[in-house]
Design a protein around this ligand. Structure first.
Ligand code: ZN
Length: 280
């Protein structure tokens, strides 16, 4: 029965495996000058291997064949986006263990574009309202014993480290969400949610919940746990100590590239990885 209930949704983000960690540094994006809403996702370009940002991404373990260039100059791998500005990559700080420096207080602003009441579909009421999914995703990440990582809800956009909002039609139809990798010690700046995902398919609460936990994971630096099976990494990747390897090493991990309709919270190894990267 369990398999029958399972649905797999490919997430569009760019963070690699929970199980594998690359150290990335870039600077906090300015929301005006580097706004993801400028992305035209229909115009991916093949990347230039000599581009300095591409070289850095490859040196940090990303498979060059999976890197795509976005029309606004940024890059992506699956459902994770990266700054395309070389100035955002402070290589002097590369030898850092944690990806977000001030991880004890990462403020999250939830834009009104994803908190709308919507009762047009009686099978899935309020399916476009991600308020509870976001609140509960924050609680999940904050409740891991021995980890000091804490998300808080920002009341004002000016105070926020992470902005979560509708993709306003910009993500591809088959992409439910897109996180952004940290840069220069700051959490990834944006999370985009595709409210019309898959021809406006109805999404159960658990899928919204799972997706938000997953995207927040990208914004604090987690790659996909199943990066090997997804072909997203290269030989330079270093595994997080205490976590398993392989094509699908932790089927329960929230950071696998697909989201399950049945969401049971962070897996044992998700918590091991969080404690390692963001200790108390
Ligand atoms: Zn992802």
């Amino acid at each position: 029965m369990k398999n029958l209930l399972k649905r797999r949704i490919k997430l569009l983000c760019i963070a690699g495996g929970l199980v594998s960690l690359t150290v990335v540094s870039c600077s906090k994006d300015d929301v005006e000058s580097n706004d993801d809403t400028n992305v035209n996702v229909s115009s991916y370009e093949k990347v230039d291997p000599n581009n300095p940002v591409v070289k850095i991404l490859v040196s940090r373990g990303w498979n060059i064949n999976k890197i795509q260039k976005l029309s606004n100059g940024d890059f992506s791998v699956g459902d994770i986006s990266f700054s395309g500005n070389i100035k955002d990559y402070n290589v002097k700080k590369q030898a850092r263990e944690e990806l977000v420096n001030d991880y004890r207080n990462i403020s999250v602003f939830v834009h009104s574009s994803i908190t709308q009441e919507d009762n047009t579909n009686t099978d899935a009421p309020n399916e476009d309202n991600w308020t509870d999914a976001t609140k509960n995703a924050i609680t999940i990440w904050n409740s891991v014993p021995d980890s000091g990582l804490r998300f808080t809800e920002a009341l004002n956009i000016e105070d926020a480290d992470i902005l979560i909002f509708s993709d306003f039609g910009l993500l591809a139809d088959g992409t439910l969400g897109q996180g952004r990798f940290p840069s220069d010690g700051n959490a990834g700046r944006t999370i985009l949610i595709n409210l019309d995902y898959n021809n406006n398919e109805s999404l159960d609460y658990d899928i919204r919940f799972d997706t938000m936990v997953h995207e927040l994971g990208h914004n604090i630096g987690y790659r996909h746990t199943d990066w090997q099976g997804q072909g997203e990494g290269n030989d330079t990747l270093v595994n997080i100590p205490g976590t398993p390897t392989g094509d699908n090493p932790d089927p329960d991990s929230v950071m696998n590239a697909f989201v399950d309709a049945e969401f049971n919270g962070l897996s044992f190894y998700d918590k091991v990885a969080l404690k390692f990267m963001y200790p108390n």
